[in-house]
Design a protein around this ligand. Structure first.
Ligand code: CP3
Length: 348
């Protein structure tokens, strides 16, 4: 059956739309009291992520509050390293941690090849249930992390400010790094294709730490692997739009435009007018309101939304989003102000 609202899919393919579609990265999460309630019932983050009924519930929560044009499946980018045996857990206030981080080529060689349909079956079950419950109301997005962004967590053993260990690993053990990135790439291709087969209508690759690399290292250690992911998805699911979101990489947008992706996510440090010039109409663009604008007064949010719409300007291929995710401290009402302003000011 066809989607009742397919604005997002059309915009990702740079086709005509009556207005600009809108969703928000991290739109399901701790800023919503109803999320915190389910999270409390689950006990910990991974118990929530592994429960398909709860995944479906929290994925759909933002759609009950806001007239969004898409929902993103509730999960995490770190499910793949967890399935490879690294032992993911979360420490309150400190973020994700791995019991068994990677520190040598031997660790990389010992990583098992995963079967996404069994090892990550809980993700596919969550997607299938959510897709069925959505009943074609809006598109469902699947996602994965970029191989480089996953490597940072796997080598650091958790979050990092400097990426000291991860970058030293690239530089000192580049052969092991490439082996690890290739294993993650192969798993990510299977993972995204399985998500699409389970009901995802589009997929996004989160390269949250792409901007930590120099242009040269970015190309070799991040973009080349994301290109393989795009090609691997397109070979099985040529019609499914793929979004690449590297944060902090204005200097790379022009080469990213040739990655084969349908759309590039843009953070708030690059004007969309410049991003459009750099990408020459080859891809749609997604973004890019500074998330912190949602801490401002309603009138300010409205005027900042208009600035983003005007910066993109006339023409097809804009998906409105934040330039990065919602924060746990944000007020849900502020997201409503953003969504309604996009709907109001982007009518063709
Ligand atoms: O609504 C959505 O966007 C879907 C769900 C989603 C989550 N994580 C849920 C989550 C998505 C798309 C992600 C991706 C993700 N996870 C990224 C890439 C996106 C980005 O923001 O750059 C990264 C880097 C991660 C790794 C990760 N997982 C971090 C840094 C954290 C936060 C830890 C903390 O305590 O602040 C997580 C945990 C996580 N993933 C939470 C949520 C809602 C919060 C944990 C909780 O509820 O206890």
């Amino acid at each position: 059956m066809a989607l009742k609202n397919d604005l997002l899919l059309r915009a990702l393919k740079q086709q005509d739309t009556e207005r600009t579609p809108v969703w928000a990265m991290r739109q399901a999460g701790r800023y919503l009291p109803e999320y915190r309630e389910v999270r409390k019932q689950a006990g910990d983050f991974m118990s929530l992520a592994k429960n398909p009924e709860m995944v479906c519930e929290v994925t759909l929560q933002p759609l009950r509050r806001f007239p969004l044009d898409g929902v993103i499946i509730f999960s995490d980018i770190l499910t793949i390293p967890d399935a490879m045996g690294l032992g993911l857990y979360f420490v309150t206030g400190e973020g994700p941690k791995f019991k068994n981080p990677i520190s040598s080529e031997r660790d990389v060689d010992n990583l098992p090849k995963i079967d996404v349909n069994s090892d990550l079956q809980y993700v596919m079950d969550g997607i299938a249930l959510t897709s069925k419950t959505l009943d074609n109301a809006v598109p469902l997005l699947g996602f994965c992390g970029s191989p480089w962004t996953l490597l940072t967590y796997m080598v650091e053993g958790g979050s990092s400010k400097t990426f000291a260990k991860a970058k030293a690993f690239l530089l000192n053990h580049s052969q092991a790094a490439h082996k690890l990135l290739q294993k993650l790439t192969d798993a990510s291709i299977d993972y995204l294709n399985a998500q699409i087969e389970s009901g995802a209508n589009a997929v996004q690759v989160f390269d949250s730490w792409g901007g930590a690399l120099s242009p040269e290292l970015y190309q070799v250690f991040s973009l080349d692997y994301m290109k393989q992911i795009v090609a691997g998805v397109k070979s099985k699911n040529p019609e499914t739009p793929v979004i690449l979101f590297s944060k902090g990489v204005e200097y790379n947008l022009s080469i990213m435009a040739d990655s084969g992706a349908d759309c590039l996510g843009v953070d708030w440090t690059t004007d969309l007018s410049l991003a459009r010039k750099l990408t020459s109409g080859k891809v749609a663009l997604q973004g890019n309101l500074d998330p912190c604008v949602l801490y401002a007064d309603d009138e300010v949010i409205e005027s900042e939304v208009r600035k983003v719409l005007n910066s993109f300007g006339q023409g097809n291929g804009h998906v409105f989003n934040l330039g990065h995710g919602m924060h746990p401290g944000m007020q849900p009402e502020k997201l409503a102000v953003m969504v309604n302003a996009v709907r109001k000011y982007s009518k063709r």
